[in-house]
Write a protein that binds this ligand. Structure first.
Ligand code: IPD
Ligand code: CA
Ligand code: CA
Length: 262
């Protein structure tokens, strides 16, 4: 498969940082049983991955801005382009040795995401999307699932962590959806939740209070696979609001109708 020079840059960076995370995942199994536990080690792994991504992306595209979860904003001379990067999405999974985590890289041009790469080094699944050119998983073109009956749909959500978000609201949402869908899931890595919607594995996904680095690459992945993605209002921008509802056009519409009033 021939990808653009831009995608090649993103993939190369994701794969190098991915090798580092995969090595660290091996180490975590040892630390799991030690008294100290792997928490400090994971936060170092996270920072190391972000520095690798910054180095590679800045070298290939000097001047682009960079927004990373760990290092925050780094301005560039080129004010029109910004990398939006989560070096390790699914930290809790990673910390527990659960192989559902990813590196997520989005590129925004004047505020619109024009390319995205999501890479899970644990199973070597590489998701790619570029505006107008489609979305791919390991070179296979992606298309969102076509289901139009909610009671046949598998839907994923996010759950606010301890001390964060509105737990009551989250329980109301789950209770409401549980009554209407074939299955609810909580996988723990927002970027992969959106990638799974793009791949048709999940029919839909929603989560509140995310950050730009959780959403950027996933948003273009869903769109390029023919799906619809918005904030909680149905016609607002997920990246701008931090809330996500996505699926095919029908599922997205149904989820908005159910979740908006809650
Ligand atoms: C988290 C994951 C998780 C979502 C959290 C995010 P992190 O990102 O995407 O699925 O529910 O809200 O913060 O902290 O693992 O990079
Ligand atoms: Ca994240
Ligand atoms: Ca992260």
């Amino acid at each position: 498969m021939l990808y653009s020079a831009l995608i090649n840059v993103m993939v190369k960076a994701a794969r190098r940082a991915g090798r580092s995370l995969k090595r660290d995942l091996g180490e975590i199994e040892h630390l799991q049983v030690s008294l100290k536990g792997p928490a400090n080690f994971v936060s170092l792994a996270d920072k190391r991955a972000e520095e690798m991504l910054y180095t590679d992306l800045a070298k290939a595209r000097p001047g682009y801005g960079f927004l990373g979860e760990e290092g925050g904003t780094r301005e560039g001379a080129d004010k029109t382009h910004t990398w939006i990067v989560d070096p390790l999405d699914g930290t809790t999974n990673f910390l527990h040795g659960i192989p559902q985590f990813a590196i997520s890289i989005g590129l925004a041009r004047e505020g619109t995401v024009i390319a995205g790469v999501i890479y899970n080094p644990a199973n070597d699944e590489l998701y790619i999307a570029e505006r107008g050119k489609g979305a791919f998983l390991n070179d296979q073109r992606l298309r969102v699932a076509g289901r139009r009956k909610l009671n046949e749909c598998v839907i994923a959500c996010g759950l606010p962590h301890i001390g964060r978000g509105d737990h009551e609201q989250s329980r109301r949402e789950m209770a409401e959806l549980q009554n209407r869908v074939a299955g609810l899931r909580r996988f723990g890595a927002a970027s992969l939740d959106m990638a799974f919607v793009a791949a048709g594995r999940l029919d839909g996904y929603w989560e509140r209070n995310l950050q730009p680095w959780d959403i950027a690459a996933g948003q273009i992945m869903v769109r390029e696979a023919g799906g619809t993605i918005s904030g909680m209002l149905g016609n607002d921008d997920a990246l701008a609001t931090g809330h996500v509802i996505c699926g095919n056009e029908f599922v997205h519409g149904e989820l908005v109708k159910i979740l908006k009033p809650l």
